[in-house]
Design a protein around this ligand. Structure first.
Ligand code: K7E
Ligand code: CUA
Length: 643
């Protein structure tokens, strides 16, 4: 330890030299800085482990949900430097996301029952996988509030598709990918009728439903193939966090299921008769000692789909519970009260479930459960005919971890880390022996955890991030709404966990994140010009009028637009194609026209299109919004609108 500290001190000293003003030597000695700022050796060590000098790059990318911001946050580890907010469900002006035709069209894919939705509640980003390993090609993200999933292309870090779930009214256990990204899994949360119609709560048991949707991913096209996707109908319980099986459990998915009481806010039809009608949901929904894990054989469901054994609801294929049960492909196993986290081990042999209201984590053995499934050895069935496996005989072990265990992440070997929401701690334990190894307090109230490559078949260990809900006293005050706090923790094997860094996140409430080796990603630095249908070549700029329709073909390059003066008439329908004809890396030009709610961010090689009608005569300056050169202010022009 001491040796490490002195090494780190030396590293930090070297850094001091590097940042010192040339010729002036040390501004201050390391000892002076330590004294002045009240830092300990441990602090200096933590700093040296995260400090990333200018030009040095991070080892990992983190893709974090942006929560209610409806976006994805990208940052680097170990520096914790934010790299990007990817506009997904919410317009993002800097990127022009939601302000040009292309991005408006993608956002319009996310309309729900005809209504435009300009926010989202993103929870679980899912990186595409090949053989159970992150492959760095695509990222998926869900919207819990407005049941949708989005596809992000990691070559451009741009959202390329939004798919609305046609039958769910909310969702949560999404987006989970199967080991070869065959499917992107989306799971309903609050039971509701699949059809878009009113059904009284009295019919809850019969007509309200949960479900799990398997969105077929076409990797070549980089798109979800809606026609080859299907939903497995589930009882009107509340389905929750989900994980995909791998190795011996490949072909299966596992979903936590709460409110097996089917309680409905005290107005219900007597599903929990011992409760008076005045009890709130939180009591009625957690009345029973156990809930369920829902086990789905998606390979078998895929077969039923291919055989046409489904009915169409809102033009979407739904496989019935009955058909799934008949195909020996749908099961339940009890879980301790109000389970939340549900995490399949890297080798696919175990599933760790943590129930918020139980101090234990339950380690389920897939071998045991599969044996019971194969020999049709069931303890009972639920009211919908789903076979229920015996709880005790499904468990490998239960381990007492502490108060409010939530989510588990896998480290190296048999090491796992579980967040304890109520205790505000992280517990490190061995899921194969059940031994608790270490507990570490965090600040404060952790939700999910993320480890390096944690959801792959071969996690890296190394780093753990605690995705904390509260920050309370950790940062400078910014009013009653505090930032979230992502705490980076060193979990290198054989050493005690060490807190390295607190990062305030002032965007959304991130729920889950995934951490991927940086060298797996191959982002581009310029667009292939040919990929844009309306590309404008230098020298071919023009304005074409066809009746009331005016099409403008223009280019942008340092430091001018062509053309610079454009005359149109009031009421003209304008289609404005703009190509950034730069080759140089990072030479972005912006584009906006006064008062029309238009904004483009044109990266090198990119063509964007803006469509609008000017319904008032006048003089409309347009200009480049990105400080692109010394003559950036001069990158401007006039749109003259004649009466
Ligand atoms: Cu626990 Cu949406 Cu995964 Cu929040 S969820 S923490
Ligand atoms: Cu182009 Cu400023």
């Amino acid at each position: 330890m001491l040796e490490n500290v002195s090494k780190a001190l030396k590293g930090a000293l070297l850094t001091c030299v590097a940042v010192g003003v040339a010729g002036s030597g040390f501004a201050q000695s390391l000892e002076e800085v330590k004294t002045q700022r009240g830092l300990t050796d441990k602090d200096i060590l933590a700093a040296a482990k995260t400090y990333t000098p200018s030009g040095m790059k991070d080892e990992y990318y983190v893709f974090s949900s942006g929560g209610q911001a409806g976006q994805v946050i990208v940052y680097g580890v170990p520096s914790m430097r934010i790299l990007k907010y990817i506009g997904v469900f919410t317009p993002e002006p800097w990127q022009g996301w939601g302000f040009d035709k292309h991005s408006k069209d993608i956002l319009a894919q996310g309309k729900i029952r005809g209504k435009e939705i300009t926010w989202g509640d993103t929870h679980h980003p899912g990186l595409s996988e090949t053989k159970g390993d992150y492959d760095g090609q695509y990222l998926f993200i869900n919207d819990k509030a407005n049941p949708r999933v989005a596809v992000i292309d990691l070559k451009t870090f741009e959202t390329t598709q939004i798919v609305v779930n046609p039958i769910f009214k909310s969702e949560h256990g999404s987006t989970i990918v199967t080991p070869n990204t065959e499917y992107v899994i989306e799971v309903a949360q609050y039971a509701a009728p699949f059809e878009d119609k009113y059904v009284p709560l009295e019919d809850y048991n019969d007509k309200y439903r949960g479900g799990v949707t398997y969105w077929k991913f076409d990797r070549k096209k980089g798109k979800i193939d809606i026609k080859r996707s299907f939903t497995v109908e589930l009882p009107p319980y509340m389905q929750d966090v989900t994980d995909a099986g791998k190795g011996p459990s490949y072909g299966w998915s596992f979903t936590n299921t709460v409110n097996s009481e089917r309680y409905q806010g005290g107005f219900g039809n007597g599903n929990v008769p011992e409760f008076s009608k005045r009890l709130p949901n939180e009591a009625g929904m957690s009345a029973k000692d156990t809930d369920y894990m829902t086990i789905v054989n998606w390979k078998a469901a895929e077969k039923l789909f291919q055989q046409g054994k489904y009915k169409k609801i809102n033009d979407h294929a739904v496989i019935s519970m009955d058909d799934m049960v008949k195909a020996n492909a749908l099961f339940l196993v009890p879980e301790p009260k109000s389970p939340h986290g549900n995490d399949v081990s890297p080798d696919g042999t175990h599933i760790i479930v943590a129930g918020k209201l139980d101090t234990h984590a339950s380690v389920y053995s897939w071998t045991k459960m599969k044996n019971m499934i194969d020999s049709k050895d069931f303890a009972s069935t639920d009211p919908y005919g789903l076979p229920i496996l015996d709880l005790k005989r499904s468990l490998a072990r239960q381990v007492n971890l502490g108060l409010g265990p939530l989510h588990t992440q896998y480290g190296k070997g048999d090491s796992v880390y579980t967040s304890l929401y109520v205790e505000s701690s992280i517990v490190h334990w061995n899921y194969k022996t059940g031994k608790v190894l270490e507990k570490m307090p965090i600040n404060y109230n952790v939700g999910h955890l993320v480890t390096a490559e944690g959801d792959t078949v071969d996690p890296d260990g190394k780093y753990l991030i605690s995705l904390n809900k509260l920050a309370i006293d950790r940062f400078l005050g910014v009013g009653p709404l505090h930032p979230q706090n992502h705490q980076l923790i060193d979990i290198k094997k054989g050493q005690p966990m060490q807190l390295l860094y607190d990062m305030p996140l002032p965007l959304g409430e991130p729920h889950y994140a995934q951490m991927i080796k940086a060298d797996k990603l191959k982002p581009i630095v310029r667009y292939k010009k040919k990929s844009f249908k309306h590309r404008v070549r230098p020298g071919r700029e023009k304005v074409v009028r066809n009746g009331n329709n005016v099409t403008i073909y223009s280019t942008a390059i340092r430091s001018h637009y062509s053309p610079e003066v454009i005359k149109v008439k009031v009421g003209d329908k304008i289609t404005w194609h703009m190509s950034n004809v730069e080759r140089a890396q990072d030479q972005t030009h912006g584009f906006t026209v006064d008062g029309l709610n238009i904004h483009g961010s044109l990266e090198p090689g990119e063509t964007s299109t803006f469509e609008f009608v000017v319904d008032k005569e006048g003089v409309y300056p347009f200009y480049c919004t990105e400080f692109c050169s010394a003559l950036h202010l001069e990158m401007t022009g006039y749109l003259l609108v004649e009466p």
